[in-house]
Design a protein around this ligand. Structure first.
Ligand SMILES: Cc1cc2nc3c(=O)[nH]c(=O)nc-3n(C[C@H](O)[C@H](O)[C@H](O)COP(=O)(O)O)c2cc1C
Length: 376
């Protein structure tokens, strides 16, 4: 390694090793694991293999684990028997072991609470008869409803299910919760005009479209202790609609985020597919940067960290590190955001964080999609 490399990599360890706070939680460093659905939990019960999968990453230096999306206790929340549920005795016992093992390994962990809404195909387990539900019964990209437009009773039931799941998370030893409000699933279906055509108090302008999420956050906030962190993940992009946008301007984004912050969100997780892309014209800030600027809350950034070839080369002092570690560290040091979430690179290599934090960049492995198939 060259002298430049040593200098650059020491900077990485220094900046990434600093603890940070989300409400009452101290996260030991700036590296988070992004939520990734794995479908390795038969009957919705995360087993010992799932616990060790997460604990392995905590032991190797991931400061905050956001679990895969896990279904809240509503019959239309999901469509798989192998995706973990966050309700039911056996399921929660499995999750309690996951949290305990991650803590024993020195990490912190929050479950990502999930309802898929209109993404559901009727007839799928765990509740085959349950309808697909959403703000207007519309799938992404459709003009005609194929599901049920939610009634007030449905809204209340789903909000109750999220609040119950959050209470369970605190009871069984998790460090907080993340509400999945991203990627075109139920909560995002309310936020986005493409799937929310309601004419009642939950539809219309961005503030009205944010009302369901706002009430959901408020219910969760009320159910858990005041220092228990509530994280809200959101995105512009949707599954099957990568170019979709919730907000075309910072003002529109603020209209969505401000009510959520006021309702009790402690940190936002701004989901982008490439963290280095500017979100709006006239500024280099990415979505996470804008989120922090507009809300003043701690923010997690995400999107291809460690996947770009230049990133690894940047670590190793080869080539231009423009989109590599130095760009990321500059943004973190400038407090554009507070944490970086790493997804696929951590699937590939459970030791990813340990290598980055101890200057072993030459040992980083390029991502291979085969990593999606195992729970190693
Ligand atoms: C296999 C896989 C499963 C995912 N599942 C979820 C999920 O359950 N919830 C979620 O919010 N995002 C999910 N995502 C998106 C990731 O959290 C992350 O935002 C995305 O992979 C970009 O980060 P990366 O480039 O570091 O992988 C998933 C991504 C992958 C690759």
């Amino acid at each position: 390694m060259t002298a430049t490399t040593t200098e650059s990599t020491s900077r990485a360890a220094r900046i990434l090793s600093r603890p940070t706070a989300i409400n009452g939680l101290t996260v030991p460093n700036r590296i988070a694991m992004a939520p990734m659905t794995r479908a390795f939990s038969p009957g919705g019960i995360p087993g010992a293999d799932v616990a060790s999968y997460y604990a392995r990453r905590a032991a190797a230096g991931v400061g905050l684990i956001v679990t895969e999306g896990t279904y809240v206790g509503h019959e239309s929340a999901g469509q798989s028997n192998d995706i973990p549920r966050f309700h039911g005795e056996e399921q929660l016992a499995g999750w309690a072991k996951v949290a305990a093992d991650v803590h024993a390994a020195g990490g912190t962990i929050v479950p990502q609470l999930w309802h898929i809404g209109m993404v559901r195909e009727q007839g799928q387990p765990p509740y085959a008869e349950a309808p697909a539900v959403g703000p207007s019964g519309l799938r992404i990209g459709a003009d005609e409803p194929t599901g049920k437009a939610m009634t007030q009773r449905d809204l209340d039931d789903v909000i109750g299910a999220f609040a119950e799941a959050a209470a369970a998370a605190e009871r069984i030893g998790f460090d907080g919760v993340e509400i999945h409000g991203a990627h075109g699933y139920l909560v995002d279906q309310f936020l986005w005009a493409g799937t929310n055509r309601r004419t009642d108090a939950y539809g219309g302008d961005p503030v009205a479209r944010a009302r369901f999420a706002e009430e959901l956050v408020a219910a969760v906030r009320e159910t858990v202790s005041s220092d228990f962190p509530v994280i809200f993940r959101y995105s512009q992009w949707k599954q099957e609609a990568y170019r979709a946008r919730l907000a075309e301007t910072p003002e529109e984004l603020e209209a969505v985020l401000a009510p959520l912050a006021a309702a009790g969100v402690d940190a936002f997780h701004a989901s982008t597919r490439r963290y280095w892309l500017p979100e709006f014209d006239g500024s280099d800030l990415n979505l996470a940067g804008w989120t922090r600027k507009l809300t003043g809350k701690p923010v997690i950034t995400v999107g291809s960290v460690g996947l770009d070839g230049d990133f690894i080369k940047g670590f190793m002092g080869e080539g231009s590190p423009l989109r590599g570690i130095d760009d990321l560290l500059d943004r973190l040091e400038a407090e554009e955001f507070d944490l970086i979430a790493v997804g696929r690179a951590l699937l590939q290599d459970p030791e990813w964080a340990a290598k980055v934090l101890s200057d072993r960049f030459d040992e980083l492995e390029p991502y291979d999609a085969a990593a999606l198939k195992t729970l190693s």
